[in-house]
Design a protein around this ligand. Structure first.
Ligand code: HEC
Ligand code: HEC
Ligand code: HEC
Ligand code: HEC
Ligand code: HEC
Ligand code: HEC
Length: 356
């Protein structure tokens, strides 16, 4: 049996001593780990200091300005310089780095310079290439009540549907609309065109809406589009042997004349369509109507009217864009994933639109 005195001389119970030793050891390991694993700059700058905010705020993005970009990106710089986003006299300039981010590095802290951004573009710093232009462009262009009228505005859903802005607008010169470079309708002499069109009538004058007529009605079609379509058959860009023989001897003036003749005729509405197919096609046509118009009348001279075309012709054209027979950057994208069934529904809808 132990004496009471012996018990009193124990400094503390053994298990408490062990626990304390363990805690001291843990503290030492934690301190060592902190010294060993954190970056040195932590101890110099103290990353979470309240007064670092001023430091960070003073470290402005380093914009280089458009003149810096021009020597290396001549094409984009030329387009941009003459485009609407460079209206220096109106004081409305949207510079390269507004869309692409700053071209200069930001971190200028002695040995830690460039740690988070790298060096100036192009060595280390990769410029952002905007992929979601709907997000980018609507920052400035979405219609907002109270936004000054001088700022050009659009209602995105009506204007672009779900299409990217760059489907139609060149981002470097946004007034340039895809496929509209030759949009000014060439003059053309309709009377001279009428004479030339005598040989065309055999195929192109089939009764309105005749489902099996694969030669489309040309009456009332956009003049600039007709010229481009004839040119495409002549150059083989549209691979069609029949039409090649028909137009291979037409001169530029002939093409303009025959186009002027057909564009001047009144469009002939197609025949009745299966209403279920029309409704299904209508539901699919959200993005199509942005270019071809809800009533089949297009928004740009080089985008064809679809009112007056037969369903079967439209189906054949859509499949041809999809399968690469007809090559057109806009339509190839639009038709890329169309199933045969959807092509037929869309065609039924557009064939049901009535000429005005
Ligand atoms: C010294 C020549 C030079 C200058 C100046 C320059 N770039 Fe570049 N840029 C390049 C090179 C080289 C590439 C391709 C290398 C790469 O993919 O990183 C490139 C690529 C790009 C890309 C495409 C990004 C990508 O991922 O392919 C964009 C956008 C770009 N630059 C914008 C700009 C802008 C805006 C400026 C002006 C602020 C500018 N550049 C200044 C040489 C330059
Ligand atoms: C209004 C926004 C905007 C402005 C301003 C702008 N860009 Fe771009 N840039 C884009 C978009 C969007 C793309 C992606 C191209 C696409 O989707 O077709 C792009 C692409 C590029 C590319 C990659 C190659 C290409 O053409 O696809 C380069 C290089 C480039 N821009 C340089 C410049 C330079 C240099 C300037 C200034 C002179 C400039 N950009 C001004 C939006 C802009
Ligand atoms: C930082 C704001 C800003 C961004 C981002 C921007 N724009 Fe603009 N945009 C403007 C301003 C400001 C004007 C007017 C310039 C003028 O009136 O000279 C303009 C003009 C235009 C116009 C001509 C309107 C007209 O008919 O007068 C078009 C089209 C356009 N922008 C399209 C685009 C597209 C497409 C994008 C995206 C690739 C884009 N913008 C991104 C500010 C912006
Ligand atoms: C389907 C093709 C198409 C798409 C996609 C498109 N635009 Fe346009 N945009 C046009 C055409 C064509 C015009 C010329 C005016 C007109 O006929 O409506 C235009 C004109 C504009 C204008 C000038 C409007 C005015 O009243 O001055 C602005 C701003 C504009 N677009 C911005 C955008 C933005 C932002 C996007 C992306 C959200 C976009 N556009 C997508 C075809 C398109
Ligand atoms: C033997 C019948 C035939 C004759 C004659 C004919 N075409 Fe065609 N044409 C067609 C067919 C079939 C197509 C559709 C081809 C296709 O799917 O690309 C077509 C397509 C076209 C298109 C494209 C229309 C569109 O909406 O894209 C134009 C324009 C055209 N023809 C003009 C003419 C002209 C001008 C003449 C007279 C010089 C002519 N054709 C004579 C059969 C004919
Ligand atoms: C960005 C504008 C644009 C959009 C969106 C668009 N198209 Fe087109 N479409 C065109 C252009 C441009 C052509 C003429 C192409 C050519 O020259 O071959 C065309 C041609 C056509 C033709 C052939 C017309 C003829 O006379 O030969 C059909 C059919 C057609 N589109 C249907 C559609 C359908 C269906 C959709 C929706 C899935 C659609 N398009 C979306 C621009 C567009």
């Amino acid at each position: 049996m132990r004496s009471g005195a012996a018990e009193k001389t124990d400094f503390m119970p053994k298990h408490i001593a062990r626990l304390l030793a363990l805690m001291v050891l843990f503290g030492a390991v934690a301190y060592g780990a902190k010294q060993y694993f954190t970056v040195d700059s932590y101890y110099i700058y103290g990353h979470y200091r309240g007064n670092a905010v001023a430091d960070i705020a003073s470290d402005k993005p380093k914009f280089k300005g458009p003149a810096f970009c021009a020597p290396c990106h001549a094409a984009q710089s030329t387009e941009w310089s003459s485009g609407v986003h460079n209206s220096a006299d109106l004081g409305k300039v949207v510079k390269c780095e507004v869309c692409h981010g700053p071209g200069g590095s930001r971190d200028v802290k002695g040995p830690y310079e460039h740690v988070s951004t790298g060096n100036d573009h192009p060595n280390n710093l990769k410029m952002a290439e905007p992929t979601d232009t709907v997000k980018l462009c609507t920052l400035c262009h979405e219609q907002i009540t109270g936004r000054p009228a001088q700022q050009p505005q659009i209602v995105v859903a009506d204007h672009a549907g779900t299409l990217q802005c760059t489907t139609c607008h060149n981002p470097h010169s946004p007034k340039t609309i895809a496929g509209s470079l030759l949009a000014g309708a060439p003059p053309g002499d309709a009377a001279a065109g009428k004479t030339l069109a005598a040989v065309c009538a055999g195929c192109h004058a089939a009764p309105a809406g005749a489902q099996l007529a694969l030669a489309p009605s040309l009456d009332g079609q956009r003049q600039a589009y007709l010229v481009e379509a004839i040119r495409a058959y002549k150059t083989g860009q549209r691979d069609n042997k029949l039409m090649l023989t028909m137009v291979q001897n037409l001169s530029d003036a002939d093409m303009q004349n025959v186009a002027a003749y057909y564009a001047g005729l009144s469009c002939r509405s197609g025949g009745g369509q299966d209403q279920a197919a029309v409704a299904a096609g209508h539901a699919l046509a959200t993005n199509c109507v942005i270019c071809h118009g809800a009533a089949g009348v297009s928004r740009q001279p080089l985008w064809p009217n679809l009112a007056g075309l037969s369903r079967d012709y439209d189906v054949a054209a859509l499949k041809s864009y999809r399968d690469g027979g007809r090559k057109n950057p806009l339509m190839s994208v639009m038709a890329k994933d169309l199933s045969d069934a959807d092509a037929t529904r869309l065609a039924a809808f557009f064939a049901s639109t009535q000429c005005k």
